[in-house]
Design a protein around this ligand. Structure first.
Ligand SMILES: NC(=O)c1ccc[n+]([C@@H]2O[C@H](COP(=O)([O-])OP(=O)(O)OC[C@H]3O[C@@H](n4cnc5c(N)ncnc54)[C@H](OP(=O)(O)O)[C@@H]3O)[C@@H](O)[C@H]2O)c1
Length: 331
């Protein structure tokens, strides 16, 4: 299915909207048929989206001042030092838990949502220096203004819609639009010095034609999620893809933040991480949210794809060492 964007406004917007480094994008990349297929794991993906070196743009490289140096605390790793995390799909089941957990960790956030009022109701009054709510529909390239994302260090994207036609497809919010075009538009708008893009996808994306996935894929959800994955893999941005099994626990769509955090004591806590799209079963949304957050700080999860499920029992909680072990030895 070709998705040629030869007249797309995205590329031109990137340089128009004050993006620090002009992007040189091979337009053929924007056609899915040309997008590089990302192997299951262990890829060092070399994207064809290249950043023009500062020497070429004539831009000065800012140097650290004495104050900046003092601000860096020796006791925390560089990846934790200055996080400004963009959560996309922040109002959804997994997204809300990601937001609550990051707020609890005192991490600076930007939330990209279609309905800021809904987000304010969900997340209550927050310190604006810590949490910024950005309005945007990922399907609309013009909403994905690179200027809005400047300074973002990490992204967790948990957007999605239903696999089968439902009210949530209203206004053409179908898997094709959200899981493929939306992810593509977002990837194209992000800063090139991003430290990590964590994408929540789904198990089964590599085998949409075999049962039971062929049923799930009747309206293309797995195909479009894979297209979103492939585009991210080929973008040159450092990524981690988390493919959950069927989601349980929540969505906690009408709870406040405190309730969400208490919900982290959910039952299904014993986690299995897999690679090669072999896992089946179910996984708690709480576990998926935690996996996304943990992956941000584990260097070797960069440019890797994992599947995840969870069953009743004790699990890694939020212990970074236990998560490292799980990611290190996937099933
Ligand atoms: N359900 C399962 O069993 C299952 C299994 C495997 C994988 N997954 C995937 O796991 C992820 C998280 O699932 P979930 O159930 O937590 O998700 P969810 O509750 O359905 O939330 C989806 C989020 O995406 C946002 N969104 C939808 N369309 C958008 C658009 N055009 N622009 C911007 N934001 C948009 C929604 O915002 P609004 O509030 O504005 O609607 C919502 O915040 C999804 O990618 C899902 O497909 C689900």
């Amino acid at each position: 299915m070709a998705m040629a964007l030869s007249s797309s406004p995205i590329v031109d917007n990137l340089s128009l909207k004050g993006f620090r480094a002009p992007l040189l994008i091979d337009r053929s990349l924007l056609s899915f048929s040309n997008a590089r297929i990302c192997p299951i794991a262990g890829v060092s993906s070399v994207g064809r989206i290249a950043v023009m070196p500062r020497a070429v743009t004539g831009e000065q490289t800012p140097s650290l001042t004495k104050d900046d140096e003092v601000a860096l605390d020796d006791s925390i790793s560089p990846s934790q030092a200055v996080k400004d995390v963009l959560v996309v799909g922040a109002s959804g089941g997994v997204g809300q838990i990601v937001v609550a957990s990051l707020l609890d960790r005192n991490i600076k956030l930007r939330l990209l949502v279609r309905d800021p009022e809904k987000a304010s109701t969900l997340f209550g009054k927050q310190d604006e220096s810590k949490v910024k709510i950005l309005k945007g529909d990922t399907r609309n390239p013009l909403d994905m203004d690179p200027a809005m994302f400047m300074g973002i260090t990490h992204v967790i994207c948990c957007t999605g819609t239903t696999a089968f036609p439902s009210k949530r497809w209203g206004g053409d919010n179908s898997p094709e639009k959200v899981d493929w075009e939306g992810v593509r538009n977002l990837v194209l708008a992000l800063p090139q010095d991003l430290k990590r893009f964590v994408l929540v996808s789904s198990i089964g994306v590599t085998k949409p034609s075999s049962l039971p996935w062929s049923i799930m894929n009747l309206f293309g959800v797995l195909k479009y999620k894979k297209m979103g994955e492939d585009f991210l893999c080929s973008s040159g941005l450092p990524f981690t893809i988390i493919r959950p099994c069927r989601l349980t626990d929540g969505p906690y769509t009408s709870y406040d933040l405190n309730t969400l955090l208490k919900a982290t004591a959910g039952e299904r806590r014993a986690v299995t991480i897999g690679q090669g799209d072999k896992l089946m079963g179910e996984v708690s949304r709480l576990v998926v949210a935690e996996a996304c957050i943990q992956a941000l700080d584990i260097d070797f999860t960069q440019n890797q794809i994992y599947e995840i499920n969870s069953v009743e029992g004790e699990g890694p909680g939020s212990d970074p060492e236990k998560w490292k072990q799980l990611f290190k030895f996937p099933k």
